[in-house]
Design a protein around this ligand. Sequence first.
Ligand SMILES: Cc1cc2nc3c(=O)[nH]c(=O)nc-3n(C[C@H](O)[C@H](O)[C@H](O)COP(=O)(O)OP(=O)(O)OC[C@H]3O[C@@H](n4cnc5c(N)ncnc54)[C@H](O)[C@@H]3O)c2cc1C
Length: 624
Amino acid sequence: MELFRKLDGLAEEIQSLEPPVDLWRRFIYCTSLSGPVFGSVDHMKPQDFDKTVSPISVAHFSQYKLMNLLLQRLEKLGFSVCSPSEIEGSIWDRKILMGHECISIHPTNEGLKVGTSYLKEGKMEEREFHCSILVGSDGARSTVRKLVDIDMKGERNLQRLVSVHFLSKDLGQYLLHERPGMLFFIFNPDAIGVLVAHDLDQGEFVLQIPYYSPQQKIEDFSFKDTFNLIQVCEQIILKLVGWKLVDVQVLDIKPWVMHAEVAEKYVSHNNRVILVGDAAHRFPPAGGFGMNTGIQDAHNLAWKISSMLSGIASPSIIQTYEMERRPIAIYNTSLSVENFRAAMSVPAALGLDPAIANSVHRVINSSLCSIFPPSLQKFALEGIFSIGRAQLSELILNENNPLGSLRLSRLKKIFDEGKSLQLQFPAEDLGFCYKEGALVAECGEKRWESEASSVHKRDLRPYIPCAKPGCRLPHMLINALKESSAKASFSTLDLISGDKIEFLLIIAPIKGSYRLARASMMVAKEFDVPLKVCIIWPKGSSDKNVNSSEKELEPWKNFIDVEEAVKPTSKSWWELCQMSSNEVILVRPDEHIAWRTESNGIADDLLELKRVFSLMLGHGKFLL
Ligand SMILES: Cc1cc2nc3c(=O)[nH]c(=O)nc-3n(C[C@H](O)[C@H](O)[C@H](O)COP(=O)(O)OP(=O)(O)OC[C@H]3O[C@@H](n4cnc5c(N)ncnc54)[C@H](O)[C@@H]3O)c2cc1C
């Protein structure tokens, strides 16, 4: 959402379209949507709305709706969305070619030749494109990744699921009034599933149903034709909801497999083929890391490609994309797996240990059982699973039954101790930090790394603002000085332009820092790098004080004076960033800090700045 704030009001539009937060802040665990509730976990805390650590809070918005808003933004930038039948000729500039599937990649002397296929008037046709860079953002089963022979590393086949996208106004209205929530984990003797409420008011849902292949097949949900497929899904919905919904409209049914894997490389073919998003990493959808990590990948990559194409950076800057983003994906993968396992602690406490289900499934899949016909294997599997689910009957699961009461108290403990599936990870969502890449790492970084990794990952940690190289620029509200028209407070993150490549140097109004700022402007000019300086004054500084910036920075004009818009009890900017006011920070166009230094501790400002810009932009010429 922070990144979307910069895309022509996209974040604000999402906020105006998403359901009110009270309708999705809870995860609910129950026997059916109308049956007893085992637990209800609220994932929002008052600080999630107070905008202290970020100018915006999390959102709950369907991905296909987001896609439409993104396409609208691209159209406003002059791109046109074309279906295969609308494409004539060979001018592809600023066109989004829907329905084209990448099928081949060949390196050429100038770059890459990319083959695609598309369906036109019922016939498959092919078309070739020449490009200098190909960004493979083609999802978890990425063809681009396979074509360039990049393997995935990690755990495969954690779970197979069928996803059923359906509408039911009646169900939406019932939940809206009786038990609003985002995720409903439903366990009963007839069925098990997770219902994702996308929009209660519109009655839009996605149901996730586990299945075990090869004994259970996706065709089991389909029988012979679409009509029966829908009927089977409606039956499962009935078992989970607890009553027959008369207005169910099934829109889509898709199988998918949960993996926890990261690509061994993100970049290949001489920095020309680059993987982003699920093509580069696929996580269990637990904690909302999948798409967020993908969007952050793209944000990290965009300024690097732009800087390379405009000649500011060397092509080697693309390597820093992999250096920075791959460790984040590896970390988020393990966090998602842990969070997924936490989700599984609930069925385990109910006597439905998924690990046991998987072991049973493995035994049935083993050579020992392969002598039995598939129909018998399927019968055995379903028989064992239905015996397992029988433990969820009211007969067993009640306070008067010793086993049931033990299980219910175990469940309560899991919820009370926050050990079930979590939604928010502020330390990771905002506090992720690049250790090496297009930045100047500080000495002592290793010590910090080991401290951080010694903290158990799922212990929900708060985000602690930090201005170390590699970290995201901390957010604080500031006011512009000397601009009578712009008195409204804005975020330090807004100092970074959303639509052009520009670096930012943040300083305090002190002699040594002004001197370093002047040197930075000179070196930036030499490197052809757009740079802006921001001088942060304490709250209450008058316009008269800030005239000194003009004198100190002469002849340079690209600077802005701001004052902290802090409450009397809050920390100053320098305290918030854990820095002294002698320090300056250089921020990249993706809002991450590239360099931090004491302004009075440098022997030769110009030489040091040349070293910094060289390291950041991948130029070897000034490196000692
Ligand atoms: C059940 C579920 C719940 C989730 N919930 C969340 C959540 O709450 N928060 C979150 O952050 N993430 C969530 N995720 C993860 C999120 O959906 C993915 O991480 C995200 O969609 C990845 O985006 P992507 O653009 O990389 O890939 P995709 O969204 O998969 O898009 C890939 C695109 O490439 C196209 N394509 C495929 N092959 C080719 C080809 N050969 N040539 C050209 N185009 C091709 C596809 O048609 C598709 O349009 C969830 C995932 C699942 C399964």
